[in-house]
Design a protein around this ligand. Structure first.
Ligand SMILES: Cc1cc2nc3c(=O)[nH]c(=O)nc-3n(C[C@H](O)[C@H](O)[C@H](O)COP(=O)(O)OP(=O)(O)OC[C@H]3O[C@@H](n4cnc5c(N)ncnc54)[C@H](O)[C@@H]3O)c2cc1C
Length: 598
């Protein structure tokens, strides 16, 4: 397994130099979140993930979880690592102080989430699900529910799940069959079977709090008849402690392609006691709180795996000797040159680097928007942040996970045949990465959310706040000669983005399939352009630092050179997507379903 070193220098660059997190935190009233505190938390998270979480990644993959008569055992070391995670106060970091949290900004938590996920995707998912459950209860739960369930979830002694999927419905949740019948005491009796429930059963915590969607008899069919419930594995007594077992059981766990150390469970609810969250039939709306938090978490997984794979590939590329450089011998004392001299290997490494670092900037920016949504008292600022988040969340989720997966493929490729061998750990990263393109809405579904629901659904209005920010950045640099190589392509691609949006809208009036045919290409185009903006912003900070002569010039030069690589070798991919969109739905839809194979 490649050794993991948390990218603290780059995280600080993004948080402090690019996004001025201290000013951002002070403005929002997070007065404790000074640069010193951010540095200390990043350093501690780095130590914990490098020394405790990463070392059980490969062994966890090999051993996997085991199911025995409804009990799930996580791989060796997971329980101890989770206990240390709780003892270290990590689950409490960004949680509400009224329920035992430290009240620090969400963006700080999202930053360290990347470290956890790079170090061990499977491990990071156990607490990751709890964050979504907490957000849902905090936003939609009653005082009784908050007081009963939040403190232990915040502390980490209980964990959470998200129970949506059933065997016949994943994307189309309106088809769900799980039933919720009202009991005399106001609670509900939940019956049905959910599948693919991450962290649905395990041995890490004293209780598991399932957040479950179900239909109350008599509710409308489809997604308008879905309600949301809290269903604990163990019931809670009056003093708030676990008591008898609720009628919730784990029927089996899946044997799967990756994230083997995270238990993916069939969960049976056999008349289990549950508590309604929010209003009857408003379950999907409440669930969006969970899903939005989770989508940003999954987008972070894309960046995390790109980083982990890049680190492994870079070390190998400097060490592995094969063939000579095309421009003459670079390692005269060796039998061959290190493979990092070869342009194709450098192309792959720089692709990984530009995805990881560009993605980190995008995620950190989105994380600050989440902070604003939570803590700003300025309604206009809040609305602006929420509009940008609505636009950029599906882009980040789908684009960064697809590119994260691509990055792991480059990681394997750089290792040559050795990349295919388990021992090196590069193939595990590729297997683990694929799930991020699937759960929390597949790439195709994120693309439909972006193009159909958000962009065309708002008649393009949703593009405006972020579009205005990008334009303002380019305009503010219009007299800066050194920035033209970045700002000019951005203006060009932005203009085409708007024209393309209009053209799809017009075609869709004639044929709605034009939307589905364009959607993934549209999302990828939007992703390449969005990342270009963040690379341009990073290049600008680096240029300014070099001019100011503050030192660390190698780091800033590398930023500018990587930005240049992104603009020359990655951004042009957007042209391919634009061409596909322009070619329309015809060639996709013309072939008769019966004629796909003979
Ligand atoms: C390891 C793992 C962990 C998971 N964890 C959880 C969890 O914790 N909780 C939970 O509730 N679920 C979980 N899931 C379920 C996951 O969210 C679903 O698998 C996912 O949403 C897709 O649903 P599906 O598998 O039923 O695919 P389907 O919905 O059957 O989709 C199949 C294909 O059709 C495409 N498709 C469907 N509808 C459309 C459309 N309208 N337009 C275009 N394309 C379409 C999809 O993009 C996909 O490519 C997990 C799954 C796995 C494998």
């Amino acid at each position: 397994m490649p050794e993991y070193n948390a990218p603290i220098r780059d995280m600080k660059f993004v948080m402090q130099e690019l996004l001025d997190c201290e000013k951002h935190y002070q403005k929002l009233g997070y007065t404790e979140a000074s640069v010193e505190m951010v540095d200390a938390i990043l350093a501690e998270a780095a130590k914990f993930t490098e020394q405790v979480v990463a070392p059980i990644n490969q062994s966890g993959d090999e051993q996997g979880c085991t199911w025995n008569n409804g009990e799930v055992t996580t791989p060796d070391g997971f329980k101890e690592a989770y206990q240390q995670y709780v003892a270290g106060g990590w689950p409490t970091l960004a949680q509400n102080i009224d329920f035992g949290g430290q009240g620090l900004p969400h963006s700080l938590n999202i930053a360290i989430t990347e470290f956890f996920s790079s170090a061990n995707h499977s491990f990071a998912m156990y607490p990751g699900l709890s964050h979504g459950a907490l957000a849902t209860i905090e936003e939609h739960g009653s005082d009784f529910q908050k007081n009963t369930f939040m403190p232990k979830l915040v502390e980490g002694s209980w964990t959470g799940t998200m129970c949506l999927t059933e065997s016949h419905c994943g994307t189309d949740l309106g088809m769900l069959r799980t039933k919720a019948e009202l009991n005399d005491d106001g609670s509900y009796s939940i019956s049905g079977t959910k599948i693919f429930i991450s962290a649905g059963e395990h041995d890490l915590s004293d209780n598991i709090i399932h957040i479950v969607i179900a239909r109350i008899p008599g509710s409308p069919e489809g997604s308008r008849g879905i309600s949301l419930f809290i269903v604990p594995k163990f019931n809670i007594n009056e003093s708030g402690e676990v008591s008898d077992r609720n009628a919730v059981s784990c029927g089996s766990i899946e044997h799967k392609m990756g994230i083997n150390a995270n238990a993916t469970c069939v969960i049976n609810f056999d008349g289990a006691k549950g508590y309604l969250i929010g209003e009857v039939n408003r379950g999907l709306n409440c669930m969006f709180t969970f899903m939005n938090a989770a989508r940003l978490g999954v987008a972070t997984e894309g960046v995390a795996v790109a980083e982990a794979s890049f680190q492994g590939a870079l070390a190998y590329a400097k060490d592995r000797l094969q063939m000579r450089s095309l421009t003459g011998v670079k390692n005269p004392d060796g039998a061959a040159d290190a493979i990092i001299v070869h342009p194709d290997v450098r192309r792959m490494l720089l692709t990984q680097k530009s995805i990881a670092e560009g993605g980190r900037a995008l995620i950190s920016y989105l994380a600050q928007l989440v902070d604003i949504g939570h803590a700003s008292t300025d309604e206009a600022e809040k609305a602006g942040a929420e509009a940008k988040l609505a636009l950029l969340t599906p882009i980040a989720k789908a684009f960064l996970t697809e590119l994260g997966l691509e990055s792991t493929s480059h990681g394997v490729q750089i290792f040559g045949g050795h990349g295919f061998i388990k021992e090196w750990g590069m193939e595990q990263l590729m297997r683990d990465a694929k799930i991020s393109c699937l759960y929390e809405g597949t790439t195709g579904i994120q693309a439909l959310d972006l193009l159909a629901r958000k962009v065309l659904g708002s008649k393009g209005e949703i593009l405006k706040p972020f579009g205005a920010e990008v334009t303002a950045f380019c305009m503010s640099n219009k007299d800066n000669e050194a920035m033209q190589e970045f700002t000019q392509p951005i203006m060009l691609f932005s203009g085409d983005w708007q024209k393309m949006t209009k053209a799809i809208g017009l075609k869709a009036m004639e044929n709605p399939d034009e939307i589905g045919a364009a959607s993934v290409d549209y999302l990828m185009y939007s992703g390449y352009l969005t990342l270009a903006y963040f690379w341009a912003k990073m290049a600008k900070v680096a240029q300014d630092k070099l001019v100011a002569g503050e030192g660390d010039s190698a780091f800033y030069q590398a930023k500018i050179k990587t930005a240049r690589f992104y603009f020359k070798r990655i951004l042009p991919r957007a042209n391919g997507h634009a061409a596909c969109i322009e070619n329309g739905a015809g060639s996709i839809m013309d072939l008769d379903t019966d004629d796909f194979a003979f």
